[in-house]
Design a binder for this molecule. Structure first.
Ligand SMILES: [Fe+2]
Length: 403
């Protein structure tokens, strides 16, 4: 049986099933192993592991620990409660905003790509080149927060660093929108998000894109990208403190287990903390050369679970509200055994969004797309319900083709 325990309950002889840490850059060779000695436990504590899952059938048990199913049920209940407190109606529909968001995303990818290539060739970073495109990103998110964010989830494997940068920028702006920020804040945060990994231009590609586990030395080399990023930006003509904080603090953690400065809680700026949340979320939900990205709904739940230690619980609640339980553009299974794509969650019960059914999972064939408002009563297009989130990679479905 899979059970959740705190690291204080861990003993040699237990089988670790999952260390419950979502960012991949940890120095352990695998997530599943038998604990051999107290040294293993000390190493986990030093790397910021607070809680983890054990398999009681493969090692020693903790009798009264909650099972993974009980943990999952509690999180789902809490997350629905949190997400439903925030109901906002978008100014423009997803359908109407998507063409514009697509243009803005392409422009943003191109600009950040050129900027990063320039830095790699030894040029000074021209951060002012980001201003016009970040302005257009902000306008798109204010019209409809889901269009740009859902498009940015699609990433080709080759240009991951550029695409991840734009996605983090868009997610951060979307997150900031919930705070009803001062006029410039969204754009300053967006610039920081776009530049957050600029220091990776100084890390060799063979380490950055290594498919296997990193050696401790390679791990340190990757971590150096935060310091490199700050050095690069200190040579920039104009960079705001807000943007700088995003770059400098995006790997810090609420409990002080991050890097480079091991800042804790309020020692980090709010935007630095928000950057650490969206950076992990985007990395988890992205396909990489060596792994398939996690389904966004599951990733939201995992982030919520980690909010007891690695992230500020209040900020995670706001993040969940900004992204929703079922992020727009993600795939779900309906009770009727049809696969559907989330269309919008405007002002409604977030467990019952509007969806577009596209595939019959029993007959294994595409169907004529049908829009269903899951919050409507039976006979008015409703009467169905979501039974589980689904991986579009597993089903081989490009959800965006149907938006
Ligand atoms: Fe980073």
């Amino acid at each position: 049986m899979i059970k959740k325990i705190s690291v204080a309950q861990l003993k040699p002889g237990m089988f670790v099933k999952d260390m419950d840490c979502g960012w991949m850059e940890h120095p352990f060779l695998t997530d599943s192993f038998t604990v051999r000695s107290d040294k293993d436990i000390e190493k986990m504590i030093a790397n910021g592991i607070h809680e983890l899952y054990i398999d009681s059938e493969k090692g020693l048990d903790v009798v009264d620990a909650p099972t993974s199913i009980e943990v999952e049920e509690t999180i789902t209940r809490k997350i629905i409660e949190v997400a439903n407190k925030f109901k906002e109606v978008e100014a423009v529909s997803l359908h109407d905003e998507l063409p514009n968001a697509r243009r803005v995303r392409d422009e943003a990818n191109q600009v950040i790509g050129e900027l990063m290539m320039g830095v790699r060739q030894g040029k000074k970073v021209e951060t002012e080149r980001l201003d016009p495109v970040v302005n257009r990103m902000s306008e798109s998110i204010l019209r409809n927060k889901d269009a740009l964010v859902s498009l940015c989830r699609i990433k080709e494997k080759d240009n991951y660093t550029f695409l991840h940068s734009v996605s983090v920028g868009a997610l951060l702006m979307c997150f900031t929108r919930v705070f009803r920020p001062k006029p410039d804040d969204m754009e300053l945060v967006g610039i920081g998000g776009m530049l957050h990994d600029i220091g990776k231009t100084m890390v060799p590609d063979r380490i950055l894109n290594k498919p296997g586990a990193l050696t401790p030395e390679e791990f340190v080399t990757i971590q150096m990208h935060v310091q490199h990023g700050q050095n690069i930006l200190s040579g920039a003509r104009s960079i705001s403190q807000t943007s700088f904080d995003v770059v400098a603090q995006h790997h810090e953690r609420y409990d002080g287990t991050g890097y480079p400065l091991k800042l804790k809680g309020a020692e980090m700026s709010v935007y630095g903390q928000m950057a650490s949340i969206v950076d992990v979320y985007d990395a988890m939900t992205s396909n990489r050369v060596y792994r398939v990205g996690m389904d966004p709904t599951l990733a939201v739940k995992k982030m919520f679970e980690w909010s007891r230690s690695h992230f500020d619980p209040e900020l995670i609640q706001i993040f969940v509200r900004s992204i929703g339980i079922y992020p727009v553009g993600s795939l779900v299974m309906l009770e009727s055994k049809r696969l559907a794509i989330i269309l919008n969650q405007d002002g409604r019960d977030l467990t019952r969004p509007a969806v577009r059914a596209i595939y019959d999972a029993n007959k294994r064939c595409f169907i004529a797309p049908q829009d269903i408002d899951l919050s409507a009563n039976l006979g008015r297009g409703g009467g169905d319900r979501i039974t589980s989130p689904e991986s579009s990679t597993k089903w081989g479905i490009d959800a965006h083709q149907f938006l």
